[in-house]
Design a protein around this ligand. Structure first.
Ligand SMILES: Nc1ncnc2c1ncn2[C@@H]1O[C@H](COP(=O)(O)OP(=O)(O)OP(=O)(O)O)[C@@H](O)[C@H]1O
Length: 321
């Protein structure tokens, strides 16, 4: 059983000075006359966990699939582990871990059998100084599937199947792991164990790029979030950086002689000092709530969808780095 670990610190991990693991400039993707990606720029450094967020249809899976080499882009430059995915060979592919949104095959295989089979694909790539694939039984324990090791895959529950997808994604000890909505269908306990697994992988200096609609999950796991709206990254940074960029770290509520008040602020102490200076002991029922990623996300998406993208982009894309 995995231990739960804490949310990443406000400052994120130690900055990595090596070349970025993922570097994307002006990525564009068009399906017919539908322009889905309209100039995406993003950088992911070694050891970072980055969450790519955005409304349905924003282009998150498209972006990830271009990075994985599964989809040919319309324009822009893309570099993953020093290689353009459009030209990535087998050795390059062996350094990626991929968990797709849905992967419903291999039903007749048994769990351990499939993992051993996939692990064998990685053996030829250990010669070049890389560690070999993970031990299958250790991996089964890591993802909580020891009890299902000899079960046919078609008999697994949805959450168990998703754990197996993740095991398949990490069996080759990837240098970068792409997770597309990894916890859909997880119960709360499985979700918590999965979060601990992702943190453990990041502690081994793995680089992880994930998409999710679960904002609590992103807040808990990600060192940095990117928000994709209208085919562009309209905000990026740590949750605290983004909260500050929208002008409120916290929301404070209070009453004065029975009347309720509410204010968003980047400086709770100054706000409270001002209140007490003005109203003295009449200030009551003070509550301070930290701004959540959900607050930030909803504000950013509303801004962007109302056509204030350029303004939002100026304020928020500079928040990180
Ligand atoms: N093969 C395709 N042909 C045409 N249009 C496509 C294709 N794949 C995706 N699209 C369209 O591109 C847009 C972005 O899709 P994508 O799956 O990348 O979004 P997403 O952000 O991952 O969405 P969700 O959160 O719903 O998973 C959508 O409008 C989708 O209909």
């Amino acid at each position: 059983m995995l231990k739960q670990t804490d949310r990443p610190s406000d400052t994120g991990p130690e900055p990595d000075t090596g070349p970025p693991v993922v570097e994307v400039r002006d990525l564009r993707m068009r399906y017919g006359d539908h322009e889905v990606l309209r100039g995406v720029d993003l950088t992911v450094r070694r050891g970072e966990i980055v969450a790519l967020l955005g409304p349905n249809g924003a282009g998150k899976s498209t972006t990830i699939e271009v990075l994985e080499g599964f989809r040919a882009r319309s324009a822009g430059s893309v570099n993953v582990l020093g290689t353009d995915p459009a030209e990535g060979g087998e050795e390059w592919r062996s350094r990626l871990g991929i968990v797709l949104q849905s992967w419903r095959d291999h039903g007749k295989w048994r769990v351990r059998e499939l993992l051993a089979h996939v692990a064998a694909f990685y053996e030829p790539y250990t010669a070049s100084g890389r560690r070999g694939p993970r031990d299958v039984d250790e991996l089964l324990a890591l993802v909580g599937l020891t009890g299902q090791a000899d079960q046919r895959i078609s008999t697994l529950s949805g959450g168990q199947r998703r754990r197996l997808d993740i095991a398949v994604g990490v069996v080759g000890r990837p240098d970068v792991l792409f997770l597309d909505e990894p916890t859909v269908g997880f119960d709360p306990e499985a979700r918590q164990e999965f979060h601990a697994l992702v943190r453990a992988l990041a502690d081994e200096r793995n680089t992880i790029l994930l998409t999710t609609h679960d904002l609590q999950e992103a807040q808990k796991l990600a060192d940095r979030v990117l928000i994709l709206v209208g085919g562009r990254i309209v905000a990026q940074g740590t949750v605290d950086e983004l909260a500050r960029a929208i002008g409120a770290d916290a929301e404070v509520t209070w009453t004065v002689r029975g009347t309720a008040h509410r204010s968003g602020t980047a400086d709770v102490t100054a706000l409270l000092r001002g209140l007490f200076a003005e109203h003295g002991d009449d200030v009551r029922d003070i509550e301070v709530r930290r701004v959540t990623l959900e607050d930030v996300y909803l504000a950013v998406v509303a801004d962007a969808e109302a056509g204030r993208t350029d303004e939002a982009t100026r304020r928020l894309t500079g928040a990180a780095r």
